[in-house]
Design a protein around this ligand. Structure first.
Ligand code: M6R
Length: 591
């Protein structure tokens, strides 16, 4: 939630910042702003809505500034609540991502000392605190002192008019340094800096960094520390639309490449995942949110089936209300961004209790990788569309590999599944080649306001994910349900105004699913079956989305790609803001 940027260097800061903010817009897009240091003053610009054009920005010919794109937490979207926030003198500007949990106490104290607040935000205490402490110390020391006062989570960048430097801090919210030649960038995420550099320093919790034209110094617990710059294997093209109308469509079309890259990394002659790490575990607890949670549900099915290890899957935000894991439980945090606050908190809880922690994430150096003892990366490249697509498919691939690595299945059976996995990029391409058929189907269903998704067994999480995808980008009310549960309540919702998408898998659930489809039909709902091409289903469905024939255990991958395309085209036909759905942000960095 929220993206922050800082720049110091030889280019025009206003242009660099706006272009970097555009690449962070997926983190929040209700309002934005920047502050440019120009001689002894700050030039500030704020707007409600999405980031404007670089060409319309002409604040000052200066190489120092900060910027912000917002997802409102404290105070509704407005110019007053948009960042940067300033002190009373207008000489200090701060951009912040996170939540200052003790802001009310700090604000009251500052107000008693005569500070005047303009916004409803928690952030505004930071520039006022810096101003307060600058009465007796310099800018840098004042920021160090402020950090001692703040509670909650924050990444912020501060600029003081007249000083050629930026001071930034990171605590439980992401912040990276992009290191160029003669220029330094600060940003919430790597795509913001890729246009200029792929040398990145991942800051740690508690780091304070002072950046000037000569470089940067990082301090932790008041002491200077060295942190190495790493080369990010992503390019700027990865973070651009590449001719597609939306990032989401581009990312769906990247699925075959993503599967290939993830397999190249982890499946050579053998599955290249450290089996030793899993030694001695009694059971597994998967913690995740949203789409990653759905991947976790598929993972549970696979690990229990192949490895016989009991798996519990919890929404990370609910995990604290449930009994702690056992002593030999392995905790797996699945998080595309590696920055989801609830998932990180659940992983940290597991760690405090002495559990081993595995992260499955797409982002190198993300906080999840720091909390975890071992990380398995999905090789999806940056995902910009708010709806997770290619990263979900990459998470599934990794979970298949983990389950098979731990499996007790006979070698021959194992090899057969691995061979089918190797065919997956080709199978997904076949689905993408049928996009026009899915588009025609989307035309028939884009006008409905309720759509039910059902599945059984391994098809159930696919139904949940299909429904999430549809609802978040098309605003159609969509629910995922186990097909067998319909008669325990949801049948009351069915009828001709509520079509049902059925994820039909030709495994042990097939016959029961056919029974469910008959029951649904008897309630007059239209049925769209998602089904492999070698399965007879026409008699049970009004429409069929065909996926290539594959071992049923791998159906979650192919069926999910088809449902991603379906959701995309429905949303597009309804004229929705696909890459930036209302009220959402890609990275949910607050609890
Ligand atoms: O970065 P994470 O995987 O931890 O994100 C978790 C959810 O916020 C995310 O999957 C969300 O549900 C997606 N927007 C769904 O498409």
């Amino acid at each position: 939630m929220c993206g922050i940027v800082g720049y110091i260097g030889f280019r025009r800061a206003d242009r660099v910042i706006v272009s970097s903010l555009k690449r962070l817009e997926y983190r929040g897009y209700d309002s934005w702003g920047l502050a440019i240091s120009d001689g002894g003053e700050l030039k500030v610009f704020k707007r409600v809505g999405g980031i404007g054009s670089v060409d319309d920005i002409n604040l000052a010919d200066s190489g120092i500034g900060v910027g912000h794109t917002r997802w409102a937490t404290h105070g509704k979207p407005s110019e007053v609540n948009a960042h940067p926030h300033m002190d009373c003198s207008g000489k200090i500007a701060v951009v912040h991502n996170g939540i200052i949990s003790n802001f009310q106490i700090l604000r009251e104290e500052l107000e008693r000392n005569g500070h005047e607040f303009r916004s409803e935000t928690d952030t505004e205490v930071i520039p006022h605190l810096i101003e307060e402490y600058m009465k007796s110390r310099d800018f840098e020391k004042a920021v160090f002192k402020v950090v001692d006062e703040l509670e909650g989570s924050y990444a912020f960048v501060a600029v003081h008019a007249g000083e050629d430097k930026l001071v930034a801090c990171r605590y439980k919210s992401p912040l990276i340094l992009g290191v160029g030649d003669g220029e330094i960038f600060l940003a919430s995420d790597v795509p913001a800096v890729l246009e200029y550099t792929n040398r990145v320093v991942y800051l740690e919790d508690g780091d304070v960094v002072i950046v000037d034209k000569n470089g940067f110094e990082i301090y932790s617990n008041g002491k200077r520390v060295e942190r190495k710059a790493e080369l990010v294997p992503w390019s700027i093209e990865d973070a651009e639309k590449g001719g597609y109308e939306h990032f989401m469509l581009k990312e769906i079309h990247e699925n075959p490449r993503v599967v290939e890259d993830t397999l190249i990394e982890y499946l050579r002659d053998d599955i290249e995942i450290d089996a030793g790490f899993f030694a001695g575990i009694s059971d597994i607890l998967i913690v995740a949110c949203g789409t990653s949670y759905h991947a976790g549900l598929v993972g549970k099915y696979l690990i229990e089936k192949f490895a016989g290890i009991p798996v519990r899957v919890e929404y990370a935000s609910e995990f604290n209300y449930h009994p702690p894991p056992l002593s030999r439980t392995l905790v797996i945090g699945i998080t595309q961004s590696g920055e989801t606050a609830d998932t990180l908190e659940a992983m940290r809880r597991g760690k405090k209790l002495g559990m081993k922690i595995l992260a499955i994430t797409n982002v190198l150096g993300s906080t999840a990788t720091r909390v975890a003892d071992y990380t398995v990366y999905t090789r999806a490249g940056p995902e910009i569309g708010v709806a997770a697509t290619k990263t979900f498919i990459a998470q599934l691939i990794v979970l298949y590999l983990i389950a098979l690595k731990l499996s007790a299945v006979p070698k021959r059976e194992l090899e057969e599944i691995l061979d089918q996995l190797r065919l997956m990029p080709q199978k997904i391409r076949q689905i993408l080649d049928r996009e026009d058929e899915i588009l025609s189907l989307a035309r028939r269903y884009a006008g409905y306001e309720n759509i039910m998704y059902v599945g059984r067994g391994i098809g159930y999480p696919v139904a949940l994910e299909g429904a999430l995808k549809l609802k978040e980008i098309s605003y159609i009310h969509a629910e995922g349900y186990p097909a067998g549960e319909l008669k325990h309540g949801p049948f009351a919702l069915l009828g001709e105004k509520t079509p049902v998408v059925a994820c039909v898998v030709k495994d042990e659930t097939f016959e029961s699913m056919l029974g469910n489809l008959k029951e649904i039909k008897a309630r007059d709902s239209k049925i769209i079956a998602v089904c492999d091409e070698d399965v007879e289903i026409e008699a049970f469905a009004d429409d069929v989305i065909r996926t290539p024939a594959i071992d049923p255990i791998l159906a979650p991958i192919t069926h999910s790609v088809a449902l991603q395309l379906f959701a995309y085209h429905v949303a597009r036909l309804r004229g929705c803001e696909i890459d930036k759905p209302r009220n959402l942000a890609k990275s949910v960095t607050v609890e």
